[in-house]
Design a protein. Structure first.
Lengths: 396, 396
């Protein structure tokens, strides 16, 4: 099965397709209000899109006075696949061309098994998803991996937590397997794109999306586009130094943010608190389960355990110190906090906010919302669908 | 005297004008190699530019075989003004349309005198410059000020070291006074544009330009364009925290980079070293001059004074710590170190490099030149001319 999706013939058609993706069905008149095209040129380009099948008629629009305008919508048969490979799990979802999720599946996965085993598992899951949603084909797929990616080629580059993946031609291999256009990106960039498409950063043009999970990373959106940096490693904020003489980090340096916070550091500190008797609540959970997770810290804090609460607040403060520096440097319009650790709740967010608002200069923070992401576990797959739809809805 | 400079009629003409600005006189054939235009369309647009007077004929080109092509060049009568207002000095320069400097003047100035007094002085200096270079008119002016600027309006916003300037309509006032298009920007952004136009970052698309002067700031270029942030304060890295419990900064926080380094901190530390007897060389200079400057630290280090050398190395290390974080976050292709403190010489640069290469991850530093700016004192005025020429060479 090989996709033969038509592509827009020019930039006007590409713009119209993205508008229909983002706004849903529109009358020709309403579309005309959004683009600077003469009436005849607009009609010509829409007719061309109707001929390709990328756009279909959708009945008559409500009257705005005068002759009623015809509605058009993007072809409802188009299907995009989003794949979000994390360190320990994978999410897959299929969307329509308006990027509504039609089906979503997730399962545990160990990225350290290497690309061959991982993609075998991912393709099997995609097969189940396709069956459950009666999806016959994909018109494009966007794939996220938890490490830096050389974007044009779609290959991971020296990803620290992905042994065996460096240089693996993910884009090429998956294009073969799926028979449709594929793009590969860092998972945090996809999360930022997802929140921009359908979440709290909807239509945001200059914002940061900080992912707090096992590790810590940051998606950077500049002028509406993801900034990936010259080698695809932009946003690698987990290894920004918080204190020069801080604890040693797995990367070999000292005092990195990830040496203080992130899922791994939190479990390490919580376990130490449980063993030292500083946290009776965590000690009880460690005794019964044999190991602790970030969820245990969250539950202990909710149960009033002050040591667990202190861990969350302290982690938020350290994270806030780094974000404050980024705010001074980058002057974003919005900071989104997302990822698994946001399950730690409002104390984490409050602590980050206190640090950023207190440490950055007022001009940069005067009108700077710091908010939680809205899409949770599906942010990455929505971002993947958005990424590949931008590509498919570009002139060939 | 009011400028009536023609403007390009469309994006093709704008592109041709910028090419002629950056490449100098070109044959029609060579221009055709640079743009994707049909031969007839190219001829048409060049003829239109010749009619406006923005472009003039420049004789016959050397033969490439076949019929010889006609050279064209940008009108040699065009004049741009660059103004770089610093905390304690001002530079003004006039350039032609290829941004060659035709005349440059500088004098001391105190930005704290407020906008009215400062512009009286600046306009008097511009008058002298105009006389010395026989400049009859300006086709545009780019003006830099040492603080954040709301770029579209061209007004400084809450600039910490510029009392009385907040909200002053610099762009509007200077457009009136000079009778030509004016743009106003932060001085560090102009420095970055200058190095991109004619210096070490020539044609760079993703780089940082760190200015080490009385204070410390950073120009950020993303995809070839200056990133100013949502409120014009991007690049304000002097107040990124180096150590949470560091010395108090003038901004009210603790441990900011400027509390450790920059012209003010350096003079403070050098004076303390002189008084405590740790630096005989600095003590002698303080006794004879009554006060110390960064140049004294530089001279003392050159004379073998280890305390002075230590100040430079320590400042470079602190600066490098902050730059390392920015490199992890932004993944630039080049870091330019510029500003008055680069007079401290190679020890400063070496110390910054050691810190960045040691602290950022290899993927971000594997191919990252950290180099001194090339334009010295004229970087800002060249950047100002570049900024306004981009504007004048845009469709009206």
């Amino acid at each position: 099965m090989r996709s033969t999706t038509a592509r827009p013939a020019n930039a006007h058609q590409a713009r119209l397709l993205r508008l229909l993706r983002d706004l849903g069905p529109q009358s020709r008149v309403a579309l005309g209000d959004q683009v600077e095209l003469s009436r005849s040129k607009l009609a010509f380009e829409i007719d061309r899109l109707l001929e390709t099948g990328l756009v279909v008629p959708d009945g008559l629009a409500a009257s705005r006075g005068g002759r009623r305008s015809h509605n058009v919508r993007i072809a409802p048969s188009l299907r995009f696949l989003g794949v979000d490979i994390g360190a320990t799990s994978v999410d897959v979802a299929v969307t329509n061309a308006e990027l509504d999720i039609l089906g979503h599946m997730a399962e545990p996965l160990d990225v350290r098994d290497g690309p061959v085993a991982v993609f075998e598992q991912v393709l099997a899951l995609v097969g189940k998803l396709r069956e459950a949603t009666s999806t016959e084909h994909f018109d494009g797929a966007g794939i996220g991996v938890p490490g830096p990616v050389r974007f044009p080629e779609g290959t991971p580059v020296a990803p620290p937590i992905m042994p065996g993946w460096s240089g693996f031609p993910v884009r090429e291999a998956m294009t073969q397997e799926l028979g449709c256009p594929v793009l590969v990106d860092n998972d945090v960039n996809l999360m930022a794109l997802g929140e921009q498409q359908a979440g709290v950063a909807r239509s945001g043009r200059d914002f940061l999306c900080v992912k707090l999970g096992t590790g810590i990373g940051c998606g950077i959106v500049v002028g509406g586009e993801v900034h990936r940096g010259v080698t695809g490693s932009a946003g690698d904020i987990g290894h920004i130094q918080v204190e020069p003489d801080g604890p040693r980090c797995a990367c070999g340096n000292t005092g990195c943010l990830e040496a203080y916070f992130g899922g791994n550091a939190l479990v390490r500190d919580a376990t130490a608190f449980a063993r030292s008797g500083r946290s009776p609540e965590l000690a009880g959970r460690l005794a019964s389960a044999g190991r602790l997770t970030p969820e245990d810290v969250s539950a202990a804090a909710a149960a009033g355990d002050t040591a667990a609460l202190g861990l969350i607040r302290w982690g938020g403060k350290r994270t806030g110190q780094v974000i404050a520096g980024l705010v001074s440097f980058f002057n974003p319009g919005l900071v989104v906090i997302a990822g698994g650790l946001t399950g730690l709740g409002h104390n984490l967010l409050a602590s980050i906010r206190t640090q950023v608002y207190g440490q950055s200069l007022p001009l940069a923070t005067g009108n700077l919302p710091i908010v939680l992401g809205e899409l949770g576990q599906v942010a990455g797959v929505v971002g993947g669908a958005r990424l590949i739809s931008d590509h498919v809805f570009s002139p060939a």
